[in-house]
Ligand binder design. Structure first.
Ligand SMILES: [Zn+2]
Ligand SMILES: [Zn+2]
Length: 282
């Protein structure tokens, strides 16, 4: 009886469709699944038919990519069950556009080495308009220049330090994002605190009004889990968990089957209770 509260589909940088994921979640025995694509909220019109078809709870969600300009690290913020999702659209659009701008610059550089075009890359991009390195690699795979997404070609082109074609994204400020998310009436959760050294932002994010932390994530480190547990007790934060599933659009050492890191039914119930309170207040 558990819910995987963090996964990605073709709407951002996952390899599988929302319907595939919900079907898979039902088959592995999950009682709930949250769709949390990057900067692309899963609306009721998407989740309700899937819930009806596969008989498990499908939670509306999003994962916002941000930067903490005070501490100088990246931070990802999850948000669930928004009453007014339109309130975060300006912030999400800013990130989507910044990512698209970076992708077009990367495609331009790659096109000098391989005969691909922006159209060939965009062909594999989903409705969230998330265009990333994976989508450029997909075009190179389709064109026959490599057989693997995260092999030598990927590292030659897109290694963050040495890649010939890597262009970083200018991320939205995390506190601006949390402010917008609070307007949505959704439940706000700090994602994978050990990734990007995001744990440095924890105290300021609590002050900014997040409701919980992703205590269960494959990449959380024991030392950070201790810090998180103390904060959870002190500030009465919610706790959630998820695999951060991306299908095969993720490097081998980070691949985790759906449902192998989860929130318990008690944690999901607490989150939904907070959600009901927020809906009543907003
Ligand atoms: Zn993330
Ligand atoms: Zn994620």
């Amino acid at each position: 009886m558990a819910a995987d509260m963090h996964c990605h589909t073709t709407r951002s940088d996952g390899s599988d469709s929302p319907a595939f994921l919900v079907s898979l979640a039902a088959r592995v025995g999950l009682t709930g699944l949250a769709l949390t694509d990057h900067d692309c909220y899963a609306p009721h019109s998407l989740t309700q038919p899937l819930e009806a078809q596969y008989g498990i709870r499908v939670i509306n969600g999003v994962e916002c990519s941000c930067r903490d300009n005070i501490h100088g690290n990246k931070v990802h913020i999850l948000c669930y069950n928004c009453k007014y999702p339109e309130a975060m659209q300006p912030v999400l659009q800013k990130t989507v556009q910044a990512r698209l701008d970076a992708a077009l610059q990367m495609i331009d550089k790659v096109a000098k080495l391989y005969p691909i075009t922006p159209e060939m890359v965009m062909d594999g991009v989903g409705e969230g308009r998330f265009c990333g390195k994976q989508h450029i690699m997909l075009a190179l795979m389709k064109a026959g220049y490599t057989t693997e997404m995260f092999g030598d070609v990927f590292h030659e082109l897109f290694d963050k330090k040495t890649g010939r074609c890597f262009v970083p994204i200018v991320h939205t400020d995390v506190f601006e994002t949390v402010k917008a998310l609070r307007e949505t009436g959704g439940v706000i959760v700090m994602a994978h605190p050990s990734v990007y050294g995001s744990i440095a932002s924890l105290q300021d994010l609590i002050q900014a009004g997040i409701h919980g932390v992703e205590l269960h994530h494959p990449r959380n480190k024991p030392h950070d889990i201790e810090i998180l547990r103390q904060a959870v007790d002190e500030y009465r934060l919610l706790t959630t968990g998820g695999t951060d599933f991306h299908g095969y659009f993720v490097e081998k050492n980070r691949r985790r089957p759906l449902g192998t890191c989860t929130a318990s039914s008690r944690e999901l119930n607490a989150l939904m209770e907070t959600s009901s309170r927020l809906w009543a207040e907003n």
